[in-house]
Design a binder for this molecule. Sequence first.
Ligand SMILES: *[C@@H]1O[C@H](CO)[C@@H](O)[C@H](O)[C@H]1NC(C)=O
Ligand SMILES: *[C@@H]1O[C@H](CO)[C@@H](O)[C@H](O)[C@H]1NC(C)=O
Length: 430
Amino acid sequence: MVACGQVLACWTLLALLAGVSADPARYDHFRLYRLLIETPAQVEMLQQLEKQSDSYAFMGHARQPNQNLTIMVAPHKIAEITELLQRYELQGSILLYNMQELIDREKATIKPKGTRPEEFAWQFYHHLDTINEWLRWQAGRHPELQLLELGASYENRSLYGVKLGTNPANSGVFVECGIHAREWISPASCTFVLNELLSSDRPDVRRLADRFNWIIFPVVNPDGYRYTFEGDRFWRKNMQPYGVCRGVDLNRNFASDWNGPGASNDPCRYDFAGGSAASEPETRALVEFLERHVAQWRIRTYFSVHSFSQLVMFPYGYKVDRVPNYDDLVAIGRKGVDAIERAHGARYVSGAMIETIYPSSGDSVDWVYSALGVPVAYTFELRGPPDSTNMFVLPAEEIIPTAEELLAAFIAMLGEATRLSYYDGERQEL
Ligand SMILES: *[C@@H]1O[C@H](CO)[C@@H](O)[C@H](O)[C@H]1NC(C)=O
Ligand SMILES: *[C@@H]1O[C@H](CO)[C@@H](O)[C@H](O)[C@H]1NC(C)=O
């Protein structure tokens, strides 16, 4: 009995040590498949597969014939998937044979911890602490930049953001980034945009900084973001445990048809909606902040920045009804997409969320639009394209062009929304 107790103690100690030093998930020989679903039988088979096995990571769900779907397949399932694809006559291609190679290659483009804010650069990805230090440093250098701190995540980290601009006559633009942990291009692009707003000499950028007050939160899921550096590069959710699984998809946790279509009530799924609407501390922090400031700061524009698929989407995600200002949002979205293409030739698609990507409920953009009446609300999916071979692991040399596209879209979209009188004072109603 004594020996057993000692073994147990030793084991516990090992587990503790493992928690301190990094022992990250590996994706050796995980493959990426792109499938073209053509028949109802194929839809049903893929739905069964997703439900019954966590060895297949679905990027979206199988919903209908005439749909492309990307899935990541664990190496011990390669024979099984090969057989299934043959038996169900599923067309598809293998985009990538070893996901770990992507992750390993990316490591060289991560600036080490402890990087000083002066060395912050967009040829690299940055740790959470580096981003927060950089925000603090910028706030110290620019009197018009105020550091905002919302508390706190499940693991007790603050959500840091900034407010740029102090003119009370200006309309507020809220930029929410990094709600999905693995989408590193989101915080990278949002910090780039902030830096341009602070320091660019370009007249169009200066106008943007002068005419709007900007509220930018580069990483609203700080626990998840940290975990993608030290635990699992493909983690999406926050870190709150629910039974043996953990993590809530924060972009399914808002009170916009919470736990409806395109969300899961299973804590082990990537799109788990949480215990209830706004069950998560990160969601609550955002909700309370927005409720408190939406009128006071005249926040009439909300941008949520994600990757990948190259989309510019507006509400709704949870129902097919068109929003009251649908035509305006189509026009504003089109301006964004055109500006993006002019920047570096990348092709984005714009449209209502449910018509463009897939049904999703409980997301932040639907909530700010429906509950807070923010009339200009968009979700961006940045590079790469829908059939991207690197998904969330976008090569660092694409950070700057991608972020320049986002800035170009902001300029064009805010210009069009201004033209459509969305910022003409308090009279403007939905
Ligand atoms: C699926 O992908 C192929 C190849 O990229 C494309 O030609 C086709 O239009 C896509 N189909 C749908 C329904 O998105
Ligand atoms: C959370 O952080 C605050 C301030 O950083 C600290 O005072 C508090 O003790 C922390 N709480 C826990 C549970 O770690």
